[in-house]
Design a protein around this ligand. Structure first.
Ligand code: COA
Ligand code: AMP
Length: 632
């Protein structure tokens, strides 16, 4: 099949041959305080910037300008909590009022342009309000996912050095209340800033008392009642809007920086051209504000576009059942849903014939988008069959902030192929190269790299660490950004993303570092060394498994050791690591230079073809591991 996608192809070609013209035109969708005259400043990373001479306020573009356009009474945000059974709708006028007043609260705490605000919140409207209020002041937010433990929160507090923390009493997980305040207290202590002001949105049902913990607490409600609303503060397009920490290959998370101008331009382009969403449409991203998907497509993208964003507190299954998503689509007339394949697999597992779907009218749904992990063809076919709508995979990462490869439903819907997120989006000069950086043949797997400069909205650098930015992404192949994923392109230019080439794994659509888990396991007194690998899992895509060599003379039973290691990882990284298996082994396979052969171990565990590197120190170690890696 040949691509006869004229307008996609034209747009894509124009973005590569004339990026200045392409992106300056896209930039007209933004309301600028000072319109940019130049798209890219022509500098090399880490100094390359988009729209460097432009000024804007992202919050103004997401809220106020829709009121100015007469859409103040349209719903901006619908909060639907399957956990509490409550729903709340904010119009653009109401949300703007809340955000302006909360910006006043932050300002009263000393937050100004360029200061950082750390937000540790579950899926409640106040999380979005805090993000937008920070942006309104020209300050920089850093949202931390609620499934991370105190140590992870502390690392982020230390690195971002916020002026204030915004949090709530807790989050609601099925069968469990997650108390946030003790975690915040512990994290502030670990980060050495126990006195930092903490704005707390009170939620009923949680036990922890901020005063008893000794937190420098500010009550959200009373501060809001007393606050002076703040007006949007224009910032340079290249000023940071947020820092979002993501897992790298080592224990230390990477602080991905997002700018204001490129971000607004790119997200507006995607809402129209990729997702086909216009003002007034109801758009639902079932993710979490703690992830990039939540930043781009729960908060900023839909609001910049003047659409209605649905924020869902709940799970795809068990809250109360596998019909939860269908209920939400019917009730709020959702036009498009964006979720992770693992959520669909969870629904399918509970309700393979989609019997629960019969209870609901989901006719408003036009498209189902998935990302966060590879969409396997079983799930693709199942979802397409039961819902009767196109199921559109698209591939991207925290670093890029928007789809690298997708299917531009608004510009020109391209034929779908199972297993492929379709084609590169404008601005992404995608190549597949071998280990030497040479283009591979059509159909051959290699490293997926992107030509520089990356398009607007992608990371200009890592927070406080230009060198790590260069070392991690730009030094392997001159002139290219390394995505860390491998894949191939077919004869039609369709991209197939096969998996990571590094030690990043993806569990239930959550990005984790095996290095970080190894670092925690290594602190256990019985452990001599360990390797953590992500092995294939039918529900969650991958699961982390630890292979542990004990110190000599240790008498702990394997069962007790596993229990202790599981508890340790949960305490140090958080429940999101979902670490459940630790296996004791005699030795780990290594190269002669001492590098553990994690990739070979993973390939054996996954039952795929593997080649044991000739540099292996002792091949009998692999033979001994076989029954452990692939138990019959
Ligand atoms: N706060 C605190 N704990 C959290 C949490 C949060 N925000 N999110 C998850 N957890 C906990 C879970 O409660 C669970 O704890 P447990 O070990 O006590 O049961 C643990 O972390 C692992 O969570 P998860 O891997 O999500 O498993 P699950 O069994 O709770 O749910 C799915 C499985 C598939 C339903 C769920 O993972 C899901 O909806 N995934 C979609 C992921 C997604 O949207 N990703 C965003 C990228 S697009
Ligand atoms: P994150 O930064 O958390 O969004 O995770 C990004 C990583 O998730 C990518 O580098 C991929 O490894 C994986 N990923 C995300 N979306 C997809 C997809 N549609 N297909 C395959 N892998 C994906």
């Amino acid at each position: 099949m040949a691509l006869d996608a004229v307008s996609y192809r034209d747009e894509y070609q124009r973005s590569i041959s004339d990026p200045e013209g392409f992106w300056l035109e896209a930039a007209t969708a933004v309301d600028w305080a000072v319109a940019p005259r130049q798209a890219h400043n022509g500098e090399q990373p880490p100094h390359g910037r988009w729209f460097a001479d432009g000024e804007l306020n992202t919050c103004y573009n997401a809220l106020d300008r829709h009121i100015a356009a007469g859409r103040g009474d349209l719903p901006a945000l619908i909060h639907d909590s399957a956990m509490t059974g409550t729903q709340r709708v904010y119009t653009y006028a109401e949300l703007t009022d809340q955000v302006a007043r909360f910006a006043g609260v932050l300002r009263a705490q000393g937050v100004g342009k360029g200061d950082r605000v750390l937000i540790y919140m579950p899926m409640i409207p106040e999380a979005a309000i805090a993000m937008l209020a920070t942006a309104r002041l020209g300050a920089i937010h850093s949202v931390v996912f609620g499934g991370f433990a105190a140590s992870e929160l502390a690392v982020r507090i230390q690195d971002a050095a916020p002026t204030v923390v915004v949090t709530t009493s807790g989050g609601l997980e099925p069968h469990r209340l997650v108390e946030y305040l003790p975690t915040v207290h512990e994290a502030l202590g670990k980060a050495g800033v126990p006195e930092l002001p903490v704005v707390i949105k009170h939620r009923d049902g949680f036990a922890a008392d901020p005063a008893a913990l000794g937190l420098n607490a500010v009550d959200w409600e009373s501060a809001l009642a007393a606050a002076e609303p703040a007006a949007p503060v224009p910032v340079k397009a290249s000023d940071p809007l947020y820092i979002l920490y993501t897992s790298g290959t080592t224990g230390a998370p990477k602080g991905v920086v997002r700018d204001n101008g490129g971000h607004a331009v790119a997200l507006l382009w995607t809402m129209k051209n990729h997702y086909n969403i216009a003002p007034g449409d109801v758009w639902w991203t079932a993710s979490d504000v703690g992830w990039v998907v939540g930043h781009s497509y729960i908060v900023y993208g839909p609001l910049l576009a003047g659409a209605t964003t649905l924020m869902y507190e709940g799970k795809p299954v068990g809250t109360p059942d596998a019909g939860a998503f269908w209920r939400v689509i019917e009730q709020h007339k959702v036009k498009a849903l964006f979720t992770a394949p693992t959520a669909l697999r969870a629904i399918r597992k509970m309700d393979p014939e989609a019997e629960l779907l019969k209870k609901y009218h989901v006719g408003s749904l036009e498209t189902l988008f998935t990302a966060g992990e590879r969409l396997d063809s079983d799930t693709y076919h199942w979802a397409g069959k039961v819902l009767g709508v196109p199921v559109v995979d698209h591939w991207w990462q925290t670093e890029t902030g928007w789809p690298i490869v997708g299917n531009p439903r608004g510009l020109e819907p391209l034929p779908l192929k199972a297993g492929s997120p379709t084609v590169p989006m404008p601005g992404f000069d995608l190549r597949i190269v071998d280990g030497m950086g040479v283009d591979v043949a059509v159909g051959e797997e290699g490293n997926i790299v992107l030509g520089l400069p990356l398009p607007p909205g992608t990371l200009p650098t890592l927070w406080n660490d230009d060198q790590r930015f260069i070392d991690s992404y730009l030094s392997a192949f001159e002139g290219f950004y390394v995505t860390g994923d491998s894949g191939y392109q077919d004869e039609d230019g369709y991209v197939f993303v096969m998996g990571r080439t590094d030690d990043v794994i993806n569990v239930a659509g959550h990005r984790l570092s095996t290095g970080a888990i190894e670092q925690v396991i290594g602190t256990h007194p019985a452990v001599a060394e360990c390797a953590v690998i992500g092995i294939a899992d039918v529900l969650k895509g991958q699961k982390a498994v630890g292979y542990v060599v004990l110190k000599s003379g240790v008498s702990l039973s394997p069962e007790d050791l596993q229990k202790e290691l599981v508890a340790l990882v949960r305490r140090e990284i958080g429940p999101v690591a979902d670490f459940k298996s630790a296996v004791v082994v005699e030795a780990l396979p290594k190269t002669r230079s001492g590098k553990i052969l994690r990739k070979t171990m993973r390939q054996i565990a996954d039952g795929v073809d593997y080649v044991v590197p000739s540099t292996i120190e002792d091949s009998s170690v692999i033979d001994a591991l076989m029954p452990v890696l692939r138990p019959s």
